[in-house]
Design a protein around this ligand. Structure first.
Ligand code: GAL
Length: 368
């Protein structure tokens, strides 16, 4: 009997110690995860790019990470965050589906003492965000607007405006940047707005309020959905006469929507030529640019964003304070941020910016 108690107590001590080891080691053989990564959806090539770049960056990392997708649902996003919290994450890197709705998920993480890093898109209306890594989204819109100005001739050039999802804070920053350069050219008659009565009503106003932008986005949003973009473009072209066709300019917010819109304009016989913008340097759009079916894209080197986000996470895990270069007001607090510049890519610099930089391989494209 005495002997058996001894064996049991030794076994209990061993079990207790191994549990402690598993709990504090979120890597090596422990089933825990150090850094949880949550991305908005797998249905858009942009975020599949990020997943791959994270995997590339983490292939030889000591820290265990897990990447989950929210499939365009804030409820799924909350579930993903809870799954990662149960795995003992210490850092959460999250690109929200809906910037405001993500508040409850990150507040749950903060309650567990987890450091929250907003990725590419800002989480708004909550103080449960520690850091933000992003690209200069206003510069994205300004580059798109300037490209339309540089590639349009004469006056009264029909301008078709499209935007991202209102649930995405970036959509407002992109539009603000585009409007900052396009508005003076609308006011001086270079462009005439072809598809938004709200934007027409505001065309003499250089700086728009969030509400004013919301009214315009309400009319021209694509919700980042190529099908919605296609339907809107068809409706807009059906609604206008020949005076708003001919040589036109199209502000498309990203590559997925740009290709859908360009395909619609390309099939309208009254549209003699179109200049269309994009964003994200998706492979399919790079090919469209090479083929002259899309005019430009704004390249955002996701390798840099991943490096910045993981760099911050590792700083936190090592007990250091991550370096930041500025801050964003998210409506509740000033979120410390690190921002990366963007690059305009068109037919003339596809090779130098996307192939020579190692972002893509030449054999992934034809006609280069
Ligand atoms: C934005 C992001 C873009 C874009 C879009 C659609 O927030 O910055 O790169 O692709 O979402 O997912």
């Amino acid at each position: 009997m005495r002997k058996s108690w001894k064996v049991i107590s030794v076994l209990l001590v061993v079990a207790f110690v191994s549990m402690m080891l598993a709990a504090c080691s979120n890597d090596a053989s422990g089933s825990g995860v150090s850094v949880g990564i949550v991305l908005p959806t797998k249905d858009e090539p942009r975020w599949v790019q990020d997943e791959q770049r994270f995997k590339d960056a983490l292939s030889d990392s000591d820290y265990t990470t897990e990447i989950l997708f929210s499939q365009g649902s804030s409820a799924k996003e909350k579930e993903n965050v809870e799954t990662l919290l149960n795995k003992g994450i210490e850092v959460l890197i999250i690109a929200p589906h809906d910037g405001a709705a993500a508040g409850s998920a990150v507040e749950a993480a903060k309650k567990e003492g987890v450091t929250v890093i907003a990725y590419d898109r800002l989480i708004t209306e909550t103080d449960a965000v520690d850091y933000y890594v992003t690209f200069d989204s206003i510069a994205v819109g300004a580059a798109q607007g300037q490209f339309l100005i540089n590639n349009s001739e004469g006056s009264n050039v029909p301008l078709y405006l499209y935007a991202g999802a209102s649930s995405d804070n970036n959509a407002f920053l992109f539009f603000e940047g585009a409007w900052s350069v396009l508005q003076p050219k609308i006011a001086d008659g270079t462009f005439v707005i072809a598809n938004s009565s709200e934007a027409e009503a505001l065309q003499d106003k250089a700086e728009l309020t969030r509400d004013e932008m919301s009214r315009i986005l309400g009319q021209v949003t694509t919700n980042w959905d190529p099908n919605e973009a296609k339907n809107k473009a068809q409706t807009h072209l059906t609604a206008v006469g020949g005076e708003l066709k001919g040589d036109v300019a199209i502000l498309a917010p990203n590559d997925g929507t740009a290709r859908a819109i360009a395909d619609v304009f390309a099939t309208d016989s009254e549209v003699t030529s179109y200049v269309v913008t994009g964003q994200d340097a998706e492979k399919a759009s790079v090919q469209y640019i090479i083929d002259g079916k899309q005019s430009m894209t704004v390249f955002k080197d996701v390798r840099t964003l991943v490096k910045d986000a993981m760099g911050m996470a590792i700083d936190v895990l090592d007990g250091n304070t991550p370096a930041t270069t500025g801050a964003y007001d998210n409506g509740s607090i000033e979120v410390k941020a690190k921002q990366t510049d963007v690059i305009v890519v068109e037919q003339t610099n596809v090779k130098s910016e996307l192939i020579d930089s190692g972002y893509y391989e030449a054999d992934e494209f034809t006609g280069l």
